[in-house]
Design a protein around this ligand. Structure first.
Ligand code: ATP
Ligand code: MG
Length: 562
């Protein structure tokens, strides 16, 4: 079917919604691809639906090619399965929970490890039934704290999630490798500029989890990237490189008068030292107990990372009330030396033998020459400060670059965590039960549409690669009835030759408006039927390069069908 704009429900907008900050949000709304229903919940209009379907088709083709089998599981899930793994409560506020009329608890699936594990437990009983890879393309529900940037971070969004089931670690590694290869093909076909980065720190086991990131200024992820050796990791996964402390005899601790210096900035300015020479002591509550956490003054603690390392313990920041009745904790002037009865955790850079300027545990006083291992002990080291551009590469030591990106996919070797929770065993070759090992792999289908828009759009509008564009060619009837007739005829011929066509045959719309809309909509080739239509001459325009060429109708059709 030729898509005729005269008959299509399409309303492009000159202005972006007031709350839209990112390019993709602005353009997908302006070009009539999506409309907001409620916060983080989106309506996909005809053009948007076509692009979304194209992304899903590419994903399905490559998943099928690795032997993955498509299924569809419910989005409405019973509480019990998630209770079994503890995720009913662990998921916190991000989980949409609801009750049926009988009062039974349900949730809207945020990701489906539990249910897939149950399906395989029900369907597979022997090692001969494995390996198996199952996938679905389905809406997921997450009550994100900050739904933002249009469809980039929604509360309802389409995801391809797949799960692999193997009896051996080697089998899991192979299922993981198959996914990795399939993802590379998918993101190449979709036209992405992307990077594969490690998602978990080396300490937790190297390549067991990788993310596919699309570099974009609007991205919420930061990744580190080594220009020398090719190392790339999510900034959360970069491990600190700690130079060995020099064995020097530090002078004894000396107290300094530092009035009105409760922050690192005021302290560094007062003493004329770099922030990196100071030791900042953050107080947090771990399961209700106050713990001090020491980091170099020029570093920020990534609280998410800290919570991750200390999980399942609950981590909170201290409040003013926590200082009441604690004269030993002097706000703004805490130091690890002489902190009695408070556990002290620190960044690995606070290594034994390093010397610091830090709080003296008295108002308005700091101390210098406070040496780790001499003046205070570290109970536990945690690598949880934010990475900074220029930090050494954990692999080769060169200075790292930091860039923003959008996470478009994630592959993860889960191991036996879920199989253990559900006692998922199959009978092995020797007749004894074998515990199954799993992988879980996601691609954000709706997010991919927005991320591609972010990477490929220009000042004029969206700009799709042919594989996922809503059509191959956008025919513009620029003139009167004769041009419209000629445009419909060309469109019909293209369509008959298997080319997907949008034709702008709207009456009473100026050529200028039609050109602007064509650029905004972003189909890769624009074919203009204008002044020279009667001579059989049309104009072909490449949406990306802007190159234009006058050409005969026959030659244009030949070009577009080749
Ligand atoms: P993020 O860190 O961005 O929240 P995540 O780590 O929670 O992502 P996964 O649970 O690994 O994401 O989900 C798999 C894929 O689903 C992600 O790689 C991403 O492409 C997509 N995705 C996740 N959350 C959202 C969302 N709120 N809106 C749209 N797509 C999402
Ligand atoms: Mg998330």
């Amino acid at each position: 079917m030729v898509l005729r704009l005269s008959r299509m429900m399409l309303h492009t907008l000159r202005d972006a919604p007031a709350d839209a900050e990112t390019t993709s949000h602005k353009l997908l709304v302006r070009a009539g691809y999506v409309r907001r229903s409620s916060a983080g919940v989106w309506i996909w209009l005809p053009l948007g639906k076509r692009v979304l379907d194209n992304v899903a088709r590419v994903v399905r083709e490559e998943m099928d090619a690795i032997g993955a089998q498509e299924v569809i599981l419910p989005a409405l899930l019973p509480r019990e399965a998630y209770e079994t793994t503890g995720r009913w409560s662990e998921y916190g506020d991000e989980l949409f929970r609801l009750k049926d009329r009988k009062g039974a608890d349900y949730l809207l699936g945020p990701t489906h490890e539990e249910i897939f594990t149950q399906v395989v437990k029900d369907q597979c009983s022997s090692y001969k039934d494995l390996p198996v890879i199952l996938y679905q393309v389905q809406n997921k529900y997450r009550d994100e704290a900050r739904p933002r940037a249009g469809v980039l971070r929604g509360r309802e969004f389409l995801m391809k999630d797949s799960y692999s089931f193997d009896t051996t670690d080697e089998g899991l590694a192979e299922s993981y490798r198959l996914h990795r290869e399939a993802y590379i093909k998918i993101f190449n076909r979709l036209g992405f500029d992307f990077r594969i980065v490690s998602a978990v720190s080396g300490a937790m086991g190297g390549s067991a989890s990788e993310e596919f990131l699309a570099p974009a200024v609007s991205g919420e992820d930061t990744f580190a990237d080594c220009p020398s050796c090719g190392y790339a990791a999510n900034s959360e996964a970069v491990t600190a490189v700690v130079p060995a402390a020099e064995a020097v005899d530090h002078p004894p601790v000396e107290e300094l008068d530092t009035p009105d210096t409760p922050t690192i900035e005021t302290l560094a300015a007062h003493l004329g030292v770099p922030a990196s020479a100071t030791l900042k002591n953050l107080l947090v509550k771990v399961d209700g107990e106050i713990v001090a956490f020491g980091v170099p003054g020029d570093r920020e603690v990534d609280l998410g990372k800290l919570a991750g390392h200390l999980a399942p313990a609950e981590v909170e920041l201290v409040t003013a009330e926590d200082f009441e009745g604690r004269p030993d904790l002097v706000r703004g002037y805490v130091g690890p030396q002489g902190l009695d009865g408070v556990r002290y955790y620190a960044d690995p850079r606070v290594a034994a033998g390093t010397s610091w300027i830090t709080g003296a545990n008295k108002p308005g006083k700091h101390a210098r020459n406070v040496v780790a291992g001499r003046d205070f002990e570290v109970d536990r080291y945690l690598d949880v400060v934010t990475v900074e551009a220029g930090d050494p590469c954990p692999n080769c030591g060169s200075a790292l670059n930091l860039d923003r990106a959008i996470e478009i996919g994630h592959i993860f070797q889960l191991g036996r965590k879920y199989a253990d929770a559900f006692a998922l065993d199959v009978l092995g070759q020797n007749g004894k039960p074998v515990r199954v090992t799993m992988g879980s792999y996601g691609i954000g289908v709706t997010r991919a549409v927005a991320a591609l828009a972010e990477q490929l759009a220009d000042d004029q509008g969206l700009c799709w690669p042919r594989e996922i564009a809503p059509a191959d060619v956008h025919v513009v009837a620029a003139g009167k009835a004769a041009q419209t007739e000629a445009a419909l005829e060309v469109a019909g011929k293209l369509e008959a030759a298997g080319v997907r066509v949008i034709v702008d045959d709207r009456a009473g719309v100026s050529p200028g408006v039609k050109f602007t809309d064509a650029e905004l909509i972003g189909v890769p080739t624009i074919l203009i039927v204008g002044r020279r239509a009667a001579e059989g001459i049309v104009e072909l325009k490449d949406r990306r390069t802007g190159d234009r060429e006058e050409i005969s109708v026959e030659a244009a059709i030949a070009r577009l069908t080749s």
